[in-house]
Design a protein around this ligand. Structure first.
Ligand code: ZN
Length: 187
């Protein structure tokens, strides 16, 4: 097992649709184990394969809502969501971040409910009905597999801000990545 580098916005792998997993091979098993390790080290509550440079439809998640600890891998996921509110997002309670735009957070409305159907590493199908932050995590990670970053969904003023930041940091072009445990050590 090893920690993998995390791609930063601009790397084409983050902006293209990932492909279905056709067979669970040893390579896939290693990838998923590395994704867990990378997510923990980052740290993050979710990580998509595209973020470690692999264009396959897999994400991992790790979230404790105080009652239940949700942790697992979703392979070839399907996501059904409730309608997204058109209200302005709340900066305190609805701000989202992404390991591929490290250090930034912006508010974004998401669906309150999301039903995830996917396969685990054993090839077993499962369904999770989620609300709140878990639903947000699923939507964020699922988007990654379609080549969509949360920055692509931001309302105008926030979209402008994140664009400015990306430019300032020298991101937005191919070849930028960071290593959990080595870079971005400041809280
Ligand atoms: Zn992300």
């Amino acid at each position: 097992m090893s920690i993998r580098r995390i791609a930063i916005t601009g790397d084409p792998v983050l902006h293209n649709r990932a492909k279905e997993v056709t067979e669970i091979t040893d390579e896939i098993r290693t990838l998923v184990q590395d994704m867990y390790e990378t997510m923990e080290k980052a740290p993050g509550v979710g990580l998509a394969a595209t973020q470690v440079g692999v264009g396959l439809r897999i994400f991992v998640y790790d979230w404790d809502d105080g009652e239940t600890h949700y942790r697992g891998e979703a392979i070839n996921p399907v996501l059904e969501i409730s309608p997204v509110s058109q209200e302005w997002p709340d900066e305190d309670t609805e701000s989202e971040g992404c390991l591929s735009i490290p250090g930034e957070r912006y508010p974004l409305k998401r669906a309150d409910k999301a039903k995830l159907s996917a396969m685990d590493l054993n090839g077993k199908h499962f369904t999770i009905e989620s609300t709140g932050w878990l639903a947000r995590i699923f939507q964020h990670e699922y988007d990654h597999l379609d080549g969509i970053l949360y920055a692509d969904r931001l309302l105008k003023p926030y979209a402008k801000e994140v664009k400015r930041t990306i430019k300032y940091e020298g991101w937005g072009t191919d070849g930028n990545s960071w290593m959990p445990g080595e870079d971005f050590l400041e809280p």
